[in-house]
Design a protein around this ligand. Structure first.
Ligand code: TEU
Length: 553
């Protein structure tokens, strides 16, 4: 498999609104990030993925962009951005931008023009349809609640929005739209950025028939089957690759809702005709049930393993994996897949990190994950800020699909705001995030869970991540070794082997709080060396609660 810098890298995702506030307005900003570059350098990460920093009315915290070439006022100025980029580069840290081009904000100049009249030159930049039977063109539901179509009285037509009505979908069928997007991308590349994380890029080509879908739960149909991995998505990405991506040395990762292994092989084909890698969602959806993501159930190991192993083995030699446990849309990893009780938080966070960083692919760390930050567990709806959470609560309780109490339980488990509480820098007021009033409440556990404390403690989660990242730089096998699953029938353990040339690496992780039988390391003591473990001493024939162990032979 071809060597690439972005395969060897570790990426750190920053959600700027919640990272560090330098001017006391309660909102994180670019200067706040620049001030903490030494922290990231110390951790050893190679790349920062910046969630959107562009001008935006913030209906969806920057995923609704009104100008792709200027910086959101809350976050600073273009000079601040240039300084961040230069300061990061000076430390050898690259910067990957979030590219949100499935949709814009309704306040983007293109949409302001588009809705003016049917003969406006920008009309076809978006997806406008005639009413059907006096109503919406079809029964698709938007991701953030309600219909995916918004009525425009002046022209008696509807426009499509897969997310909120303030996020109209761009019409990728229109060559001029594609050209504008490519020009904007080149402008950022010429500035010296190092890549793109492409927001819902699997959704840019819609089913041209715009058919009704089946309604399961509520009034609207799931639009995923009609908008994800559509007929022209690969043609568009190949064009984007020819026009922009191939002209620079970039990391590209496509967020690919609804992607299957077969589709991923095309998006992230190792010949490099489209993208470097994709984010797949299957391991995020393991516990999803009759109300989609809204559940408080936990993923069972056998189901989780089946998904992880499928992606590991089926992309082998054909396409490159991205590896993540959480991001700004998902609950905190340690709360969801580990155990965030006082007793097991540290040990289980280290176990999850080991498990992920020894798999094959490029690992992503979401801000605060390296500290073992936990879910927010807000008790009241008023504490939530996320448009998805608030709308889902309203929709499900109004339709009496779930009671308020049940829905609050689901939000505690899976609301996106769990990931969005401010970064916990130290034990001072507001965790050192802001001098002002934070835009969203901090997790009160910042007093004990914070960066300052962990940097001072050699046995902390932070130092453990540092060690994992350093190991990746030292051992080619961690990056390029072939993945082979082990213990495929176990109910609690996740284990695998990596092989490269004459070397073999064996990793085993206990996902439970009970001691589990495990004999795979037996007889290895004299043949191999332990690369890393979250326990100092092991017991023969077992893995201790949440134990993780990696041996190189
Ligand atoms: O998320 C896309 C996406 O697939 C979401 O619907 C995701 O499944 C959901 O948030 C999980 O609950 C991207 C961004 O990451 C997200 O923050 C944006 O809100 C969304 O696109 C629209 O731009």
């Amino acid at each position: 498999m071809e060597k690439k810098w972005w395969k060897e890298a570790v990426i750190y995702q920053i959600y700027p609104r919640s990272f560090a506030d330098s001017n006391g307005d309660g909102v994180g900003d670019l200067n706040g990030i620049t001030e903490h570059l030494d922290y990231l350098d110390e951790l050893g990460i190679d790349v920062i993925w910046l969630s959107p920093v562009y001008q935006s009315p913030n209906e969806d915290n920057g995923y609704d962009i009104s100008d792709y070439q200027s910086i959101m006022k809350d976050f600073g100025t273009m000079e601040d951005f240039d300084r961040l980029l230069a300061e990061a580069h000076r430390r050898g840290i690259r910067i990957v931008m979030d590219l949100v081009v499935n949709h814009t904000s309704d306040e983007h100049r293109w949409f302001v023009e588009s809705r003016k009249s049917i003969d406006n030159p920008y009309r076809d930049y978006y997806i406008w349809k005639e009413p059907k039977d006096g109503g919406e063109p079809n029964n698709w539901g938007a991701s953030f609640g309600g219909s995916a179509w918004e009525y425009d009285k002046d022209s008696n037509m509807y426009y499509l929005h897969c997310f909120s009505k303030k996020q109209p979908d761009l019409n990728w069928e229109n060559e001029r739209v594609r050209k504008e997007v490519y020009e904007m991308m080149s402008w950022w590349c010429d500035k010296g950025i190092d890549g793109f994380r492409m927001d819902v890029i699997s959704m840019i080509s819609k089913d041209p028939a715009y058919p009704d879908g089946t309604v399961e739960d509520g009034r609207y149909a799931d639009l995923q089957p009609y908008v994800c991995n559509g007929p022209k998505v690969h043609a568009y990405l190949q064009e984007m690759n020819r026009e922009v991506l191939s002209r620079y040395d970039l990391l590209t990762v496509g967020e690919a809702a609804g992607v299957t292994v077969d589709e991923a092989k095309r998006y992230a084909d190792s010949r490099g005709t489209e993208l470097g890698m994709v984010f797949q969602f299957e391991h995020m959806d393991v516990a999803a049930g009759e109300h989609g993501k809204w559940t408080d159930k936990r993923a069972e190991m056998p189901k989780l393993r089946a998904v992880l192993n499928k992606w590991q083995t089926e992309l082998e030699g054909k396409a490159w994996n991205s590896l993540y446990w959480n991001n700004h849309d998902q609950p905190r990893a340690v709360s969801r897949f580990g155990n965030d009780s006082d007793e097991y938080r540290v040990i289980s966070a280290k176990m999850l990190a080991t498990c992920l960083h020894m798999m094959k692919g490029t690992p992503y760390i979401y801000q605060g994950e390296e500290l073992g930050m936990t879910n927010a567990y807000f008790d009241k709806l008023e504490q939530y800020r996320d448009i998805e959470s608030i709308h889902a609560y309203e929709d499900y309780t109004k339709a009496r699909v779930m009671s308020g109490e049940e829905m609050l339980r689901c939000l505690k488990a899976v609301s996106r705001d769990n990931a969005r509480t401010p970064m916990q820098w130290d034990g001072s007021r507001n965790g050192g995030f802001t001098e002002g009033i934070p835009w969203i409440e901090l997790n009160p556990n910042y007093v004990t869970v914070n960066a300052k404390k962990e940097m001072e403690d050699a046995d902390s989660i932070f130092h453990y991540y540092k060690k994992l990242i350093a190991l990746r730089k030292k051992h080619d096998i961690i990056v390029y070794g072939t993945f082979v699953p082990l213990l495929e029938d176990d109910d609690n353990l996740y284990a695998y082997e990596r092989t490269l040339k004459g070397e073999k690496l064996v990793a085993a992780c206990n996902f439970s709080e009970k001691i589990q039988q495990c004999t795979i390391f037996e007889g290895m003591a004299d043949r191999g060396t332990e690369l890393i473990s979250n326990y100092e001493a092991h017991e023969p024939g077992v893995l201790l609660p949440y134990e993780a162990r990696v041996v190189l032979i």
